[in-house]
Design a protein around this ligand. Sequence first.
Ligand code: MG
Length: 164
Amino acid sequence: MAESARVGIGYDIHRLVEGRRLVVGGIEIDHPKGLLGHSDADVVLHAVTDALLGAAGLPDLGDLFPDTDPKYKDADSRVLIKDAMERVRGAGFDPVNIDLIVHAEQPKLTPFKRTIGESIADLVGLPSDCVSVKAKTNEGLGPLGVADAIACSAVVMLKGRTTG
Ligand code: MG
């Protein structure tokens, strides 16, 4: 299996603004601000989706679901990651594990780590102990530190499916 292991990295950032729902990792969190974007702006699912696609050597999220396409206006990122997973499996790969960091000063996401991890595990078809979610503040530094944005970094491992 070692020779068919593939790793992928994903990153995303979205601005936090008033008048939007906050959707993180496929779950909605009650907060006065939400993430700005063409779709639901789920920064965590976007980073994980790009990591999955990258590990499989497939086109990235922006290529597959362009934010210039009206079809993806307010798109549910859970639908996008499921579509991406079908492509990843179609290319002969299954997920092994996902590790991610959400960089958010506000809201504090520590109480939601478990729910976010379970949501992602369910979306990609992994046991929940194969999805690790870490929540970090930015120690008050930069746009993340003053809660103007939320970012996510994700790493994914895939294994190639052997046939015949
Ligand atoms: Mg995005």
